[in-house]
Design a protein around this ligand. Structure first.
Ligand SMILES: [Zn+2]
Length: 487
């Protein structure tokens, strides 16, 4: 009898194991290898000089509400006009809201929906302390162009213009209309730049076929256990919500205090919010591992191919690191707390700000409901801080030709590496374009290690001249693939 039960059990386990292995084997998405392609001839020296000139314009975005530096923006516009004569001869230039720029390259077939390539003109501030080359000197040394914006995002702005200038030089005429859209306030939300560009396009009745903006990179050391570089294409980005929590009670003298002061009540609420994280969605990472495919360790493939079995274990593992945790759930960060004025006065009021970055699928209403249940204290009131809340962006598809072309162009330039979709954790102008188009991709064609990543918004931001050449090649190939040439 016991033997029979054991045999049945063993057979069941074998079936289960076979099922798991079969699912794992059919999990990776195969991709076709492509031959490397040069694209257009790019002059490295000239490209580097052009980027350096753009870096010298101190188009710094300081804080939301503060106006742009008028002189610096004008200087950058003049640099662009001087450096790209053919662009200005053949494309239509529109200035939106004083500083944002849109270039329209009218296609030969106006019935084809246009595509849009985005970059931003502004940069974050830079304290010159600690830099090997001053952040706004635009110096070229040791094979790099140094300065604020070299990686975020004047490299992309310049590379796009270089590639269009070179395509025009080569006599290329697109079938599909192409927009180059350069916002001027991405670093402070894009409300006056990209958002206005979107309104301008809407007013002109434009519906886009595809959008490419900044986002992921060709990452060399982002995924543990993966030795190949992986091109990470942001197919969605997180939403944003800040809640203000307040507690109002009767104040008084601290010699006869109640059991809990306003600060105590608020602190307990904040501790409860922190100890009740929002639910994990390991499925958000599944498409990435599907596309990384056989380049990922077998156990990773097995885990993501069999989420029905592995989800609890994966949730635990992925929640352990800040980066992976942010990739699978809406994150919670208590960022500001205020309360109390003097050691012997009971505070009548205490308040705190909690910032959430929303994962796709978690709505603002859902997060508020979760917070209410976590706090479970009617003495604590909360509301969304005005003006700064939005849902996560819809997830752009990977089974459309625009994505396939993007992946192919990447492989033509960077070799036969996996090109995988991922959830972009930062914010970009791209989210504004999702109202015009389902195919919005966030990717900068640039090899980036975690060491390089630290230079973005940091000290010694720089880009290799060779990397700039690759960027220009990439855009020229992709523009050709997305927009077609002469018939
Ligand atoms: Zn940027």
């Amino acid at each position: 009898m016991i033997l029979n039960v054991l045999i049945v059990l063993l057979v069941l386990i074998l079936f289960l194991a076979a099922f798991v292995v079969l699912r794992t084997l059919s999990f990776p998405r195969p991709y076709e290898a492509v031959e490397p392609e040069e694209g257009l001839q790019v002059d490295p020296k000239r490209t580097a000089k052009h980027l350096a000139a753009a870096i010298r314009c101190q188009t710094v975005s300081v804080m939301e509400g503060a106006p742009p530096d008028h002189e610096a923006m004008q200087q950058l516009h003049a640099v662009i006009q001087k450096q790209y004569p053919l662009v200005h001869k053949h494309l239509q230039r529109s200035v939106i809201n004083d500083y944002s720029l849109v270039y329209t390259w009218v296609g030969r077939q106006p019935d084809l929906p246009p595509v849009l390539f985005a970059a931003h003109q502004d940069v974050v501030p830079a304290d010159p302390e600690g830099w090997s080359h001053p952040p706004f000197a635009g110096e070229i040394a040791d094979g790099f162009v140094w300065g604020r914006g070299a990686l975020d995002l004047k490299n992309q702005l310049v590379a796009l213009l270089e590639s269009v200038e070179a395509l025009l030089q080569a006599g290329f005429q697109p079938q599909r209309t192409i927009y180059l859209a350069f916002g001027h306030d991405e670093e402070i939300g894009g409300h006056n730049g990209a958002k206005q560009i979107v309104e301008w396009l809407e007013k002109n009745g434009v519906e886009l076929a595809a959008v490419l903006d900044e986002g992921g990179f060709v990452s060399t050391d982002m995924l543990p256990g993966v030795s190949l570089p992986v091109a990470l294409v942001g197919t969605s980005e997180k939403g944003y919500l800040t809640l203000k929590l307040t507690v109002d009670v009767t104040g008084g003298h601290s010699s006869i205090p109640p059991a809990q002061t306003a600060i105590g009540i608020l602190s307990r609420a904040l501790a409860r919010i922190e100890s009740h994280p929002l639910p994990a969605h390991p499925g958000l990472m599944r498409p990435m591992f599907e596309h990384v495919g056989i380049a990922a360790p077998f156990v990773h493939q097995m885990a993501f191919a069999n989420l029905w079995l592995s989800a609890p274990l994966l949730n635990k593992m992925l929640s352990g690191g800040p980066q992976t945790n942010a990739g699978i759930r809406t994150t919670t960060a208590v960022t500001v707390i205020r309360g109390g004025v003097k050691d012997n006065i009971l505070p009548a009021h205490a308040e705190a700000l909690v910032n959430f970055r929303l994962a796709p699928g978690d709505t603002i209403a859902f997060v508020c409901d979760h917070v209410r249940k976590a706090i479970k204290d009617e003495r604590v009131h909360f509301e969304a801080v005005e003006g700064g809340a939005w849902q996560a962006s819809p997830i752009s598809p990977t089974d459309v030709p625009f994505y396939a072309d993007l992946a192919a162009a990447t492989r033509k330039v960077f070799g036969n590496i996996p090109v995988a979709p991922f959830l972009f954790l930062g914010g970009s102008d791209a989210r504004h374009y999702t109202s015009l188009c389902p195919n919005v991709y966030r990717f900068s064609p640039l090899i980036v290690s975690s060491e390089t990543l630290a230079r973005i918004h940091g000290v010694d931001e720089r880009v290799a001249v060779d990397a700039m050449v690759d960027m220009v090649r990439f855009y020229s190939l992709l523009i050709r693939d997305w927009c077609g040439g002469e018939d």
